[in-house]
Design a protein around this ligand. Sequence first.
Ligand code: HEM
Length: 363
Amino acid sequence: MTKPSVPNAEPLCVPCRLAAIGAVVAVLAGGFAYTAGWLTPARLTAPRFINTFEAVAGQPHPGYRRNHAKGLCVEGYFDSNGDGAVLSRATVFAAGRTPVTGRFAVPGGNPSAPDTSSPVRSMALLFQLQNGEQWRTGMNSTPVFAVHTPEQFYQQLLAAKPDTATGKPDPARLKAFYAANPETKPFLSWVKAHPPSSSLANGAYYSINAFLFTDRTGNTRAVRWAMVPETPYAPISDAQKAEKNFLEADLNNRLQSGPLRWHLILTVAQPGDPIDDATMQWPDDRQHIDAGTLVIDHTTSQEDGTCRDVNFDPTILPTGIRPSNDPLLAARSAAYALSYKRRTREEALHPAIHQTQTNGSRS
Ligand code: HEM
């Protein structure tokens, strides 16, 4: 048999080879520069988001989260009753216990802001599944988000930037933002009708974004979830409104009398329900499944507790749960990663920073 003939390739001249290598390097560098947003300063990138969170927070707070900076770590477990398994094959829904590390927080980039600086609070959780997978979630105390897109959230952040003279957001600028973005109405109406709770323990926390749950037979449905407290709701009191720091002490006091419990309620969308728009609630009559009980039994400080070096990226999900196409989810994942990268780098370079901040900020 004759061998197929291979045409003789002319070897590239040395300057041509160098030019080819240079071209590859330039393409790669261009790719990185584009991803980082250096070539398109108007594009909404994670660095642009995080730089703006930092600018809005005023002075730097090295080592702290760029949003939801004030918080505390919690520990506990999730006791699944097995009922969530009809929606998702994630092993966390099989009957049994899953250890949980979590964090309660208040939005904003200032770790020493008053507890009342926002009507919103948050609960973030990391479920450590027995098969090695994790389910991470960051939930807020409102069932809807103010805006639909990352771009609107960025504009909201700019509108809420404190005025240099007063140290507070300019009400006229905020009003103009809300007027220009009517999607914010359901969020504003909800906040007006639901005063914050008197404690972190008696508030409900919502996934807000929808996720896709796939069961053992391959059937996929859109789901939102909420952690609903067993402790009855009471509104924030006038005395609490005047206090700068009461949420952490209140939680610790309550835990001295025993663990605190929430029920994980899964809500299933019907065809036609919006699954990519966090500003819109689903009708009340949708199917709800109580999948089990979250038990929180102790807290640790966020400066050196178990949640400090956790990135509660909501797209870290076990098999059986996937992100929906809600545009906020990808933006959250990118922004949380950069916030995490900056704060853990600061911790590594200056291990004493948390000590300084805590001493300086909590009087
Ligand atoms: C484009 C939209 C959003 C952006 C850019 C954004 C940005 C951020 C950033 C930078 C952090 C700090 C993360 C870290 O350092 O670990 C954070 C924390 C957090 N965000 Fe968002 N966020 C967005 C939307 C949302 C939504 C829709 C929710 C509600 C479901 C939410 C809930 C939370 C919670 C609970 C935390 C605190 C997590 C923790 O305790 O570590 N965020 N956000």
